[in-house]
Design a protein around this ligand. Structure first.
Ligand code: AMP
Ligand code: MG
Length: 355
């Protein structure tokens, strides 16, 4: 299970979460079961996933950790296009040939992706895969596609060509060579499943952090909200440009600094505008706060492609807040975030739900 020392874990988490209070101290109150903090980090779908939670015994914690590990490995086997016999690999093999039976999880993810492809008029589109693969982001051999390569592959990008038959449990890509990429939403889905497992074991306080995509289970153990720092796209390793207080839910960021290469002075990053096949360039980062991580993950990518206009889109969705750093460095806040006076921090915002 790859135990990683607490100091390494805290170093990893420190990128995003600002710890305040007494997370990590066993609770010692008369008449109350003593809770200890447990944590672990897994490598799933190219990402370090850290979980932290409180449990009343090591035995219980080990059951939680092994169930989480098992579930993440199972989901990766279904959802990763790189793994032979995954649902995604099978769907791609059936492209232009026949509908393919898939698991309920794949159907659920694709149905939500389809719904938001429609709502964003194709800004979010999992069929972006053939274009993404041209950039080769995963291999370390990144390359800028030629205009001709883009022209050949863009007709394959069309969410309307994904036929989902919920009754039969099948998915059909209507054109040969169509492909699917769940990189913009699968991580969030997996985070939610991990939280479900924790809750199923009676865990009340905890967090799951998948490469900076975070879901919080309740507030901190002392009842105060979590404080999540947002990276400045101009200096992602430096001072946070804002701190958000949240007492549960998910908070997920998409940024152009996460996966990119520079060629001829131009930054080519991993969030692609399906209209042009080029990296979306209206904004530099989008953070979304939502009830669950699947939606927050999907929406951060979708709003990134929509650009500054994505603010209206977020404002029209119930239970969703967004913070957008535009290309010109302006910061846009959705209507449900309130500024909290806090000397020493440039911005401290709180989602209205937490009041
Ligand atoms: P995230 O880091 O959650 O914003 O996801 C970025 C990932 O989403 C990329 O690495 C791709 O796998 C995928 N992606 C890129 N562009 C799009 C798009 N327009 N629609 C859906 N998924 C995308
Ligand atoms: Mg995303």
């Amino acid at each position: 299970m790859g135990q990683i020392s607490r100091s390494v874990l805290l170093a990893l988490l420190a990128f995003t979460i600002i710890f305040t209070g007494c997370f990590g101290q066993p609770r010692q109150e008369p008449g109350v079961v003593e809770l200890e903090e447990y944590d672990n980090t897994f490598f799933v779908m190219d990402t370090f996933v850290t979980i932290q939670f409180f449990a009343d015994s090591l035995d219980k914690a080990e059951v939680v950790l092994s169930d989480v590990q098992w579930e993440m490995t199972r989901l990766e086997g279904i959802l990763s296009s790189h793994l032979p016999d995954s649902d995604i690999a099978n769907i791609e093999q059936g492209a232009g040939i026949a509908p393919v039976p898939v698991s309920g999880e794949t159907l659920a993810i694709l149905e939500t992706a389809w719904e938001f492809a429609e709502k964003t008029q194709g800004a979010f589109d999992v069929t972006i895969a053939p274009i993404l693969r041209l950039y080769n982001f995963a291999s370390g051999k990144e390359s800028r596609p030629s205009r001709q390569q883009l022209e050949i592959n863009l007709p394959l990008v069309d969410w309307r060509g994904v036929q989902i038959d919920s009754q039969r449990g099948t998915v059909y890509l209507t054109k040969e060579n169509m492909k699917i990429d769940l990189g913009g939403t699968a991580k969030g889905y997996i985070i939610d499943r991990v939280v479900e497992i924790m809750v199923g074991h009676g865990v009340e306080f905890g967090l799951v952090n998948a490469g900076g995509d975070i879901r919080l289970l309740g507030p901190k153990r002392d009842g105060t909200p979590w404080r999540v720092g947002l990276k400045n796209p101009d200096n992602p390793g430096g001072k946070y440009f804002a701190v958000i207080e949240v007492a549960g839910g998910a908070i997920v960021t998409s940024g152009d600094y996460e996966r990119y290469f520079i060629e001829d002075g131009v930054r080519y990053h991993h969030i692609i505008d399906p209209k042009s096949g080029l990296p979306a360039d209206g904004v530099r980062s989008v953070t979304v706060i939502a009830e669950d991580a699947q939606l927050a993950d999907l929406l951060s990518t979708a709003i990134f492609v929509l650009g500054p206009a994505g603010l209206d889109f977020a404002n029209n969705l119930a239970g969703v807040e967004a913070i957008i750093w535009t290309r010109t460095g302006e910061v846009l806040w959705s209507s449900g975030l309130v500024n909290v006076a806090n000397p020493g921090t440039e911005f401290l915002f709180r989602s209205i739900d937490n009041e």
